[in-house]
Design a protein around this ligand. Structure first.
Ligand SMILES: [Zn+2]
Ligand SMILES: [Zn+2]
Length: 76
């Protein structure tokens, strides 16, 4: 795995530990980035509403009416 992504904001890091030690402005559950555990894709779908984005950051930049925390959440 070359790059890891934050599932909340789409930030990238070179390792899981460096990703999750950074602070995330979009995480509704805490203050740090959270690991996106899916594979790299050309298109990311929100698991709640089906919205899509070409990157995690573009998907998560909008708000989701069907998600419990109002964030689009990339499906794995
Ligand atoms: Zn983040
Ligand atoms: Zn959504």
């Amino acid at each position: 795995m070359s790059k890891v992504y934050c599932k909340w904001c789409g930030s990238t890091a070179g390792s899981i530990s460096s990703l999750t030690s950074g602070s995330c402005s979009k995480n509704p559950e805490g203050k740090n980035h959270g690991l996106y555990e899916g594979s790299e894709k050309s298109k990311y779908l929100c698991k709640y509403c089906g919205n899509s984005g070409s990157s995690i950051s573009s998907l998560t930049s909008g708000s989701c009416s069907k998600s419990p925390n109002k964030r689009h959440h990339p499906a794995l």
